[in-house]
Design a protein around this ligand. Structure first.
Ligand SMILES: [Zn+2]
Length: 336
């Protein structure tokens, strides 16, 4: 199985499937960067990206058909990533006349949610299996790094400190968009995949309130988690329906990308119950490389923490992925 080649160091576990709970399409080629026996590929913006995802879903076995074949199955995530929130809630410039009012923001978000709902309906009608993602909040980036590099940050915001403009984008555009997408997933009983960078305090408050209100998606994955230990402890202490559906995704690409993130990850692994850990590649075009697709260091760290074998780690995290997906994933293929 060519799709499993990056995992060759884990050959003792080859009979057990790795499920990639968060990856992206390779812009231009439409090929997924998935690594494993099944994958959930996330769109990050409307229009082109959603169309590309639809084509990818159309061209391969979805979760219903894949159980009859050995091909990796496909699930699609439709949503808008926080780096693209300002494409929904537009911030044309920092001039007073150009600032969106509350009514403008509400109308833009409502119209977007209607389009997202239509997409989810169309995908379901075409027989595809879908979730809501990638959504989230990011106080470190209000715009995509490429947009910043290309000078596409609007007038006024571009002249501010990076910290200042990102906080404005977070407050004005990201929060209302994230909350509406989360609520849509809850209303439709779908799982979500959430990106959160430097906004953990806000995310904790929001999730605790959603759990109190009983408005929770069928599965909630915080992906490539790089949250401080205190925040993870707080998230794990939230009571109510969220407690049964909260998962923490870890990826070699992000979680072991630097000594600092490795340290955070090791502290997180010690705190998160093994029933709540997901594996993901989180590969995307602008940073994808073969090395990053190797799960070995991550699986080995989990094996040490859990006093388990590599095969057991893969079996546990795959079972977790199925619970996060709430029955959307096909039954495992018995290949050996
Ligand atoms: Zn992602």
């Amino acid at each position: 199985m060519a799709s499993l080649s990056p995992l060759s160091p884990l050959s003792p576990a080859a009979c057990t499937e790795v499920l990639d709970t968060h990856c992206h399409l390779h812009t231009g080629s439409g090929q997924s960067q998935m690594v494993g026996a099944g994958a959930v590929s996330m769109a990050v913006a409307e229009s082109d990206d959603w169309d590309m995802l639809a084509e990818w879903l159309e061209s391969g076995p979805d979760s219903a058909a894949a159980s009859a074949s050995a091909s990796p199955w496909r699930i699609g995530g439709y949503g808008t990533h926080p780096w693209y929130a300002t494409s929904v809630v537009e911030l044309p410039s920092l001039r007073v006349d150009d600032l969106p009012t509350d009514a403008t923001v509400s109308a833009a978000v409502a119209s977007y949610i209607a389009r997202l709902g239509d997409r989810l309906d169309a995908a379901a009608a075409a027989g595809h299996t879908v979730i809501v993602g990638e959504i989230g909040v990011d106080k470190f980036r209000g715009w995509h790094p490429q947009a910043e590099a290309d000078g596409e940050v609007p007038d006024g915001y571009a002249e501010m400190s990076r910290n200042g403009r990102n906080r404005l984008a977070f407050n004005i555009a990201q929060k209302p968009l994230f909350e509406a997408q989360f609520d849509l997933a809850a209303a439709r009983g779908l799982p979500v995949s959430i990106h959160c960078v430097q906004a953990g305090g806000y995310l904790f408050e929001f999730l605790a309130s959603a759990s109190r209100r009983g408005l929770v998606p069928s599965g909630v994955a915080l992906h490539s988690v790089s949250l401080k230990a205190g925040l993870i402890t707080s998230l794990l202490a939230i009571r109510g329906p969220l407690a049964d559906v909260l998962f923490f995704g870890l990826s070699p690409a992000i979680n072991y990308s630097s000594p600092r993130s490795a340290k955070l990850t090791d502290a997180a692994i010690a705190l998160i119950p093994r029933e709540q850990v997901l594996l993901e590649s989180d590969l995307e075009e602008y940073e994808a490389n073969e090395q990053a697709a190797d799960y070995t260091p991550l699986v080995a760290a989990l094996a040490v923490a859990w006093d388990a074998t590599l095969a057991e780690v893969i079996a546990i995290t795959s079972a977790n992925a199925r619970r996060w997906l709430a029955g959307l994933a096909p039954s495992p293929v018995q290949s050996c």
